[in-house]
Ligand binder design. Structure first.
Ligand code: PS7
Ligand code: MN
Ligand code: MN
Ligand code: MN
Ligand code: MN
Ligand code: MN
Length: 357
């Protein structure tokens, strides 16, 4: 009942699953284990947003073309036969054969389709606003509010769409729809972790998502973050970013308590477990300033096992990594005390969920 059945799939749907496996880093496996009711809608939701993000990330597309592509993508996803052949990105093949996604989108339940389209409208405009902003292009994100608004557009909205799909399919607690801040935290936590980790890669692409409000507490000029003479300052800046991301942990655990079905629980819990492990990995890690870091295969395997059980085992993951962060915490870091308190709060919250005798 739960698994894909390729013998009943059309050629275009098989092609969609091939793209899912090609383009998704961590989501391909968990999406394909999803309950049958949501398997195809969420796979197509992923591919639509991956298409949009491929355009957003492609710094070779001039703004005069990129902005209308992003803003009109919700209409484009309805045009039979539409393909795009001008991307240089790694995932460009998806856009070159995007017509298969369009064909399959037209077959899903109208309720699910409407949710996907609504989120595509909002995300496309949000991405375009940031791509177009001249100050952003020159100086990156300024305030923490701007940073969180960007994370809302590219991840909070994904959370909103997914939550609406879970509720519409009766696989999620309908009360979740009444708690948008929990959903938002789920997206913020993943996107902030992605931004903290991708510091170097994004900078090589000429983009910076760390808000000036945070990095300017540690260095005078953005470039100084990558200057080995300022390594201590740069590590303190990363700590400051990690501290900010950790504020979402409690709401994420609370959200996951609202899952009613095992495949949906696994789907939401695995990325969250990977995220807290990634925060621990980047915390006080000078490699982040030089190259892309990734959790090991072994750690990823263990996390997969632990995040596919129940809320208690996911809490154990959060507690373990909160403790490891606290252990690495450096008394010379200006946020030493704040980080200690934040990690203690996470542990305390878990303690209230599962009191020990
Ligand atoms: C529909 C499963 C579960 C309530 C493609 C899953 C970019 C971290 O920033 O390319 O370009 O480097 O590495 C996923 C909430 C979104 C947020 C988002 C759609 C969880 C396009 C994932 C994934 C909400 C916008 C990583 C957000 O991509 O990022 C589906 C609940 C896509 C989720 C972007 C980022 C994903 C991301 P970047 P990446
Ligand atoms: Mn991307
Ligand atoms: Mn992007
Ligand atoms: Mn081509
Ligand atoms: Mn990134
Ligand atoms: Mn990425």
């Amino acid at each position: 009942v739960h698994r894909r059945d390729p013998s009943t799939e059309s050629e275009t749907l098989k092609e969609c699953f091939r793209f899912l496996n090609l383009t998704s880093r961590s989501f391909a496996a968990v999406i394909q284990e999803l309950n049958h009711e949501l398997l195809v809608p969420i796979s197509l939701f992923y591919l639509v947003l991956r298409g949009l993000d491929t355009i957003e990330d492609d710094m070779t597309i001039p703004l005069s073309k990129k902005v209308p592509l992003l803003r009109n993508f919700h209409d484009t996803m309805e045009v039979d036969g539409w393909q795009y052949h001008e991307s240089q990105e790694k995932d460009r093949e998806l856009l070159e054969k995007f017509d298969v996604v369009i064909t399959e989108l037209k077959k899903i339940k109208p309720t699910y389709y409407a949710i996907i389209k609504d989120i595509t409208i909002k995300m496309g405009h949000g991405m375009a606003d940031y791509a177009q902003n001249d100050e952003m292009i020159k100086n990156g994100v300024n305030t923490i509010d701007d940073y969180e608004l960007y994370c809302h557009y590219v991840a909070g909205l994904v959370g909103e769409g997914l939550t609406r799909l879970f509720v519409a399919s009766e696989l999620g607690n309908p009360k979740l729809a009444e708690r948008p801040s929990l959903t938002e935290s789920m997206g913020q936590f993943l996107q902030k972790t992605n931004i903290i980790r991708d510091l170097r890669e994004d900078w090589s692409d000429g983009r910076r998502w760390y808000p000036k409000e945070i990095w300017s507490r540690h260095v005078d000029k953005w470039e100084d973050l990558f200057d080995p003479n300022y390594e201590d300052k740069a590590l303190n800046c990363i700590s400051d970013m990690v501290l900010d991301a950790l504020k979402h942990c409690e709401e994420c655990l609370f959200y996951m308590a609202g899952m009613r079905e095992q495949s949906v629980f696994n789907f939401v819990a695995i990325p969250q477990g990977m995220a807290i492990a990634t925060l621990e990995l980047v915390f006080r890690n000078p490699d982040v300033l030089k190259r892309n870091v990734k959790i090991t295969k072994g750690d990823a395997c263990q996390l997969m096992t632990e995040c596919t059980q129940n809320l208690y085992t996911v809490c154990e993951v959060f507690r373990r990594y909160a403790r490891r962060i606290q252990k690495k915490n450096d008394p010379r870091d200006p946020n030493y005390l704040n980080i200690s308190v934040r990690c203690a709060k996470i542990e305390q919250f878990i303690e209230t969920l599962y009191p020990r005798q």
